[in-house]
Design a protein around this ligand. Structure first.
Ligand code: SAM
Length: 358
């Protein structure tokens, strides 16, 4: 089944690939959610993402220009059935012209005539000054990463003393009307692994939707160890000591990575929700609907992909929109069934999270 209005009859390089204009793969999944990294640079140095000294940043001539970003996003939306676009990085607030990129994204229409759901994943630094402009430009939602409520721990994790800025960014996002405001937290053994209940209490009081994410093997140093990671089961056990969690109907999860729970009110917290993202221990690859672009225009079908497809080179060589769309389809068709973290031969991707786009 194709989308009405999309170009059908796509030439299939793999003869088994159906003539479907969407981003379908061999396992019946359809990618509709595009993650676009706008820069590999970041103003934090979270140990699970980047080494203290940073990385060799991508040279500017390799980065996609704003026009190139918008062209690929438009091809995704108009030719390939993308309905959601999330800008990320590195730190997307470091990208000059982010507001303009969001505004131009907001003018795109899906083949059904709908606006594209546009969101941002950010560390929140500088968001206090830009939240309103981003909403005015058409940004719908934001995920702000915050692993701890303790400023000293924040500095230990991120190697920067910017805790206050993140809290201010969160408050500004809510005040500007972004909804929901989600908070992403990674718990690290021996650092902040006791903070799940504290973070949830704080999030409920402030009206933020907390999501706790299992640490994945995507650090530049290759130091991740399964034996020490804080698992979703650990988090659930810790939260259940303080809160009554009611699983949301599993049928409503769809492609959402988070297992979502309603949280019953307590004497000092209102009702709310919490998400637990068991990326490692209960992977949700079977329902994955994502396709990814790095800041240098490489298409990835998975965070853990071992290969990339160079859409920047195609664009700069003058390939037509239809030609790029077909290369994109062919690449996604070959997406693997799962991320393979549990496979004996698992190899961490060459690029760390910050250079892929989280
Ligand atoms: N700078 C932005 C931010 O902080 O949200 C966007 C990019 S960051 C790579 C996106 C998300 O990936 C953050 O929530 C971060 O905590 C998460 N992340 C980075 N490395 C991770 C890892 N190894 N395992 C799990 N999550 C990770």
């Amino acid at each position: 089944m194709g989308l009405p209005g999309l170009r059908a009859g796509v030439a299939a390089s793999d003869p088994r690939r159906p003539a479907d204009p969407r981003l379908v793969d061999r396992f019946g999944r359809v990618a509709t959610d595009l993650r676009v990294s706008l820069t590999d640079k970041c103003n934090l140095r979270c140990g699970y993402c980047m080494p203290a000294e940073g990385l060799d940043w991508m040279p500017s001539e390799r980065l996609l220009t704003d026009d190139e970003v918008l062209r690929l996003v438009r091809i995704g939306v108009e030719h390939l059935g993308i309905t959601e676009v999330r800008y990320t990085g590195g730190e997307p607030l470091l990208r000059k012209g982010l507001e303009s990129i969001v505004e131009r994204t907001s003018t795109l229409r899906t083949v059904d005539g709908n606006a594209v759901e546009t969101s941002l994943t950010t560390n929140g630094i500088g968001l206090s000054r830009r939240a309103q402009a981003l909403v005015d430009a058409g940004l719908h939602r934001v995920n702000v990463s915050l692993d701890t409520l303790d400023p000293a721990r924040f500095e230990q994790i991120t190697r920067r003393a910017r805790h206050t800025d993140v809290l201010a960014g969160l408050a500004a996002a809510a005040a500007a009307g972004m909804s929901p405001v989600k908070v992403n937290a990674v718990l690290l053994r021996g650092v902040n692994d006791d903070e799940a209940p504290t973070l949830l209490r704080w999030a409920l009081v402030h009206g933020y939707a907390l999501r706790i994410i299992e640490q994945m093997p995507l650090d530049a140093q290759g130091a991740w160890q399964r034996s020490t990671m804080v698992t979703a089961a650990d988090v659930l056990a810790a939260l259940s000591e303080h809160f009554t969690l009611i699983p949301e109907d599993a049928g409503r999860r769809g492609a959402a990575p988070a297992e979502s729970f309603r949280v019953a009110p307590t004497s000092d917290t209102p009702a709310g929700t919490v998400g637990i993202i068991a990326s490692v221990t209960r992977s949700f690859c079977g329902a994955c609907d994502r396709t990814r672009l790095t800041a240098d225009g490489q298409l990835r079908d998975c965070l853990f992909a071992r290969s990339e497809t160079d859409l920047r080179a195609l664009m700069r060589a003058g390939t037509s929109d239809a030609g790029i769309a077909d290369v994109w389809r062919e690449a996604m068709w070959r997406k693997r069934a799962g991320h393979g973290i549990d496979d004996v031969g698992f190899v961490q991707p060459d690029r760390p999270m910050s250079a892929i786009g989280g």
